[in-house]
Design a protein around this ligand. Structure first.
Ligand code: NDP
Length: 322
């Protein structure tokens, strides 16, 4: 089969389109014929070595397709089932293995590509808005990179709950997309002082929560945008790693809460995985949640997908089609 392999850390050129043996499912595992693989920032962190992983490896965690075969002891999933997962061992490939209990069945009314595009970013937006800081109706909240994959979903889920969403974005077209997704105000964070704008929009109060996936460039402004006892959910580092923080700063700025959550810890159990994926796919099926697929690229062009994502050229989801 064809797969995107990484032997050494590096730039997008480190992604090699190669012929490798099709893996065989072991005990408790399933082999899935991938119809679409989701491209995520975590794949960039693995490629660059910001997140450590033994190499050589086949890149990618997210994908969807048809179960081709199952290993010993697998119950509840069978060949021919239409499934998706965020736990593939290398989804940038024609076939990929995942633990059978980490597969999610795709309901009718949701396309395989929509599922591949929605699971990782959708469940992330779900846990952030429902568990990390459960938004309440009327809360002001700030979403950085509001036209990004996770950002567009955070704007939609915030509006769904009745929150007053303020989004940042790096271009006028991206601001428009964030407003369409539910933000009542947007800030171009390339040119404006975010904390000052947030104070103006909220009448001086600040926001109850900041969902910050940008990290290095936005962190200070995020702390300064919070209301007293507000929560900073720092869930990514698209612009780079945040420097170490003195906890006393949280006291000075208003008894703030700071957390650095990861999806894996919010879908660790079967029940949470089923609940979050079930909600997201049901809302898509019902037309209540829009998944914006920015571009679909052939698997062989994986390097280009990383250039687009890192180059801030995307708004929504990138898919690779084997
Ligand atoms: P996005 O679609 O949000 O793409 C990243 C966006 O970040 C860009 O389009 C850009 O938007 C903005 N950005 C700002 N500064 C930079 C920079 N220096 N370089 C690149 N981009 C920048 O990606 P995803 O939705 O896939 O992921 C968003 C973030 O969420 C990532 O950091 C990812 O690691 C994190 N994440 C964390 C999870 C968790 O559980 N902790 C799970 C899933 C994702 P603009 O042009 O508008 O500035």
């Amino acid at each position: 089969m064809k797969a995107i392999r990484v032997s050494e850390v590096g730039g997008p050129e480190a992604l090699r389109f190669e012929e490798v043996a099709t893996p065989a499912p072991g005990e408790g595992e399933a082999l899935v014929r991938i119809e679409a693989a989701g491209v995520n920032f975590i794949d960039v962190y693995v490629r660059t070595g910001q997140y450590k992983a033994p190499k050589p490896l086949t890149l990618g965690m997210e994908g969807a397709g048809i179960v081709e075969a199952v290993g010993a002891g697998v119950r509840g999933v069978a060949s021919g089932d239409r499934v998706g997962s965020v736990n593939f061992a290398g989804s940038y490939a024609q076939y990929a293995i995942a633990p059978a209990h980490r597969l999610v069945r795709i309901p009718e009314g949701v396309t395989t590509r929509q599922a591949a595009a929605a699971l990782l970013q959708g469940m992330t937006a779900h846990y952030l808005t429902h568990a990390t800081y459960p938004i309440r109706s009327g809360d002001f909240c700030l979403v950085h990179a509001g036209a990004g994959g996770v950002g567009l979903l955070l704007c939609q889920l915030g509006r769904r709950i009745g929150a007053r969403v303020i989004a940042t974005a790096g271009a006028p077209e991206k601001e428009r997309l964030a407003r369409e997704a539910g933000a009542e105000a947007t800030i171009d964070y390339r040119t404006k002082n975010v904390a000052e704008e947030v104070r103006r929009i909220t009448g001086g109060k600040g926001v109850r929560v900041v969902y910050d996936s940008v990290g290095k460039d936005t962190f200070e402004g995020s702390l300064d945008s919070l209301a007293q006892r507000g929560t900073l959910a720092l869930f990514g580092q698209s612009s780079g790693k945040v420097e170490p923080v003195d906890p006393q700063v949280l006291n000075q700025k208003g008894s703030l809460f700071l957390t650095r959550p990861a999806l894996a810890h919010y879908v660790a159990g079967a029940e949470e995985l089923a609940q979050r994926s079930g909600d997201i796919l049901a809302w898509i099926g019902a037309g209540e949640l829009a998944i914006r697929i920015f571009r679909e690229l052939p698997l062989a062009e994986a390097a280009e997908s990383h250039r687009l994502l890192e180059g801030r050229k995307t708004s929504g989801k990138l898919l690779l089609i084997p």
